[in-house]
Write a protein that binds this ligand. Structure first.
Ligand code: AGP
Length: 617
């Protein structure tokens, strides 16, 4: 993970770097740092914890220079402290490096460098890079001109690296330049007015750059106050036309809410209204219609919450549209993809569009498809909230969630948006296949009511969940049960609780309880059971009864009816067709997790050990 920024121009660079880092803090927030270079001086400032700590440090001890690099970290190698924060420097303090990714062969490189006398100050994989660059600089022949020396030395250093990385380097010997490299980790160049930038993601470039150039794997760029030069992996100059930086609203505001997450939960009625107007009432866009034509099967690749949305999606595709569908953990798919079958649509689901495992799985699939069907373009679709992300550049078709900026690390409104995207796709494919017409009509009618229902429910449910959360003060484990299309919602409820409250929680298909997990139950383990009328309603209620018989406290999520009286507490949802119910049952799950975490006084928006986008394998 981690976010990197770099800037060069004629303005003092530290405030620009801090502004960029602020917009990248979603990528990691356990420590941060920056380094600037000016003639005769290289300054480095690092702080443990969030960016605010670095900002405070810099206010006390400002750093000079119009060229610099910055980093916000999500620790992979070495504890999250100031020593392991980036930038990492060589021994003489002349070369500074920020890196996003993982250097897989850092151990042998470090050993080799240590044998040759280098001394290391951190536990990071990154620290080998400034050492390698310094060593290369020292060994360069005098014939290499000063303006090429840093670029050539960085090129020699990265030749020795294995892994995936994006990095930016500055050097005291050439204070008016910085060199950046990309290899299987995102990196963009931003072009401004007489100043040039690079960053892991576009929000950090908004307000300072008017156009962007994206680097491809293995490419390198040299940035000076005069402009940007691009080089391919063999050191040849290349040209690329910059693309205008599409304006996006990257500023986030909590409004009257205590946390971003709570605000984003409440924004779900608007997300639903957008989808109902844009895709569910009107036909899906033309490019996408072509991608969905003659599809015989669908495979879905995703991680975490996005995978839960994909599970809902697969259920809809099979039950509404009659299209066989499979869901894969992207991290598993990339090493064990299933046998290739023709006329398969592959959908990558990722709110950030930057999840390394999902991007890698999609890349593998694209290559396999090209080899199998060289004459037809691979059928790949991305569902994301960030069409300007790496995913947007990778796949030919994107379905944009248009959910607005999601700042909370725990995905909420993007999850609802992802599910709605699948309703749009499944309904479209159902009309192509002319399948399940009564269900399709019922589904369409129910979806039209959704924004209004969500809006009313969100207001009514908030206080119920806040009150319920008081009973979770001592809770150590929670079990979530659901069946059919609501099984993924049970998984999502458990994930939300784990992520932000640090309470152990597991989601199970309700029918599985008696095959083992029931052994966990006693009066200390609450059970949250989704019970919506449908073919297995009675069975779900029986499963809940079985839990109650083991003294578990039963919290139900479902419509108010005589059958749901068995629950100790019922979080009521409107009565809707079962196929549409996940769009409502997810709300109490999110609110309960939120209030439990808020009640415990935890950092809801930036929970420990997590980041909004997981850009490492
Ligand atoms: C969601 O609350 C989590 N933070 C996490 O599971 C997330 O869904 C996962 O990392 C995938 O992210 P993506 O949607 O950006 O690919």
């Amino acid at each position: 993970m981690c976010g990197i920024v770099a800037a060069i121009g004629s303005r003092k660079v530290a405030p620009l770097l801090l502004q960029g880092l602020q917009r990248l803090e979603y990528r990691g927030y356990d420590s941060a740092g920056l380094a600037t270079v000016a003639p005769g001086q290289l300054h480095c400032c690092k702080a443990e914890g969030k960016l605010v700590n670095l900002r405070e440090k810099l206010e006390k001890t400002p750093v000079a220079g119009c060229c610099g690099i910055g980093h916000t970290r999500w620790a992979t190698h070495g504890k999250p402290d100031a020593r392991n924060a980036h930038p990492q420097l060589d021994e003489a303090g002349q070369v500074a490096v920020v890196q996003n990714g993982i250097i897989e062969n850092h151990r042998p490189l470090r050993q080799h460098l240590e044998q040759r006398g280098s001394r290391f100050n951190s536990d990071t994989d990154t620290e080998v890079i400034p050492h390698l660059v310094a060593q290369a600089l020292a060994n360069l022949p005098d014939t290499v001109p000063p303006t090429d020396r840093l670029r050539v030395a960085v090129a020699q250093a990265v030749q020795q690296l294995e892994g995936a990385y994006a990095l930016a380097v500055i050097w005291l010997g050439q204070p008016e330049e910085l060199v950046v490299v990309r290899y299987h980790a995102p990196l963009l160049i931003g072009l401004g007015e007489g100043e040039f930038f690079c960053a892991s993601d576009t929000p950090a470039l908004a307000d300072v750059a008017s156009s962007i150039v994206s680097l491809e794997d293995g490419e390198m760029a040299r940035l000076t106050p005069l402009g940007v030069e691009l080089f391919d992996g063999s050191g040849q100059r290349i040209q690329r036309t910059p693309q205008p930086l599409r304006g996006g609203n990257y500023t986030a505001d909590k409004r009257q809410f205590r946390h971003f997450m709570l605000k984003e939960i409440h924004e779900q009625a608007d997300v639903a209204a957008g989808w109902v107007e844009r895709c569910l009432a009107a036909p899906i866009d033309e490019g996408l219609t072509t991608a969905l034509q003659n599809v015989q099967r669908v495979q879905l690749l995703a991680c975490g919450t996005s995978r839960h949305a994909a599970l809902v999606g697969a259920h809809l595709l099979e039950q509404l549209a009659g299209v066989p569908s499979s869901v894969h953990y992207a991290s598993e798919f990339r090493y064990a993809p299933p046998p290739l079958l023709p006329q398969t649509l592959t959908i990558g689901v990722t709110q950030s569009g930057e999840t390394a495992d999902t991007l890698a799985a999609l890349t593998i699939e694209m290559e396999r498809r090209r080899a199998l069907e060289p004459n037809s373009p691979p059928r790949l679709l991305g569902i994301t909230n960030r069409p300007d992300s790496s995913l947007g550049r990778l796949v030919p078709h994107i379905l944009d969630l248009k959910a607005g900026v999601e700042t909370g690390v725990a995905a909420t409104k993007t999850f609802l948006g992802q599910m709605l995207a699948f309703y749009a796709i499944a309904l479209h494919m159902a009309s192509q296949h002319q399948s399940a017409s009564a269900q399709v009509t019922a589904c369409r009618q129910a979806l039209a009511q959704l924004p209004e229902q969500l809006s009313r429910m969100l207001h009514a449910m908030d206080q119920c969940c806040a009150d319920l959360a008081h009973g979770f003060a001592e809770t150590k484990d929670v079990i979530y049960l659901g069946r059919g299309i609501n099984y993924p919602i049970a998984l999502e409820g458990a994930l939300k609780l784990k992520e932000i409250s640090y309470i152990h929680a597991e989601g199970y298909p309700a029918g599985e309880m008696k095959h083992g997990p029931i052994a966990l139950l006693d009066q200390h383990v609450p059970v949250v059971s989704i019970a919506t009328p449908g073919p297995v309603f009675e069975k779900v209620l029986s499963n809940a009864q079985e839990a109650k018989a083991r003294d578990a406290r039963l919290i139900g999520i479902g419509p108010v009816c005589a059958d749901t009286e068995i629950f100790d507490v019922l979080l009521p949802i409107p009565s809707v067709p079962e196929l549409v119910s996940p769009l409502l049952t997810v709300v109490p799950m999110q609110l309960l997790a939120y209030h439990v975490a808020a009640h415990r006084g935890l950092d809801v928006d930036q929970p420990r050990n997590l980041a909004k986008s997981v850009t490492v394998e």
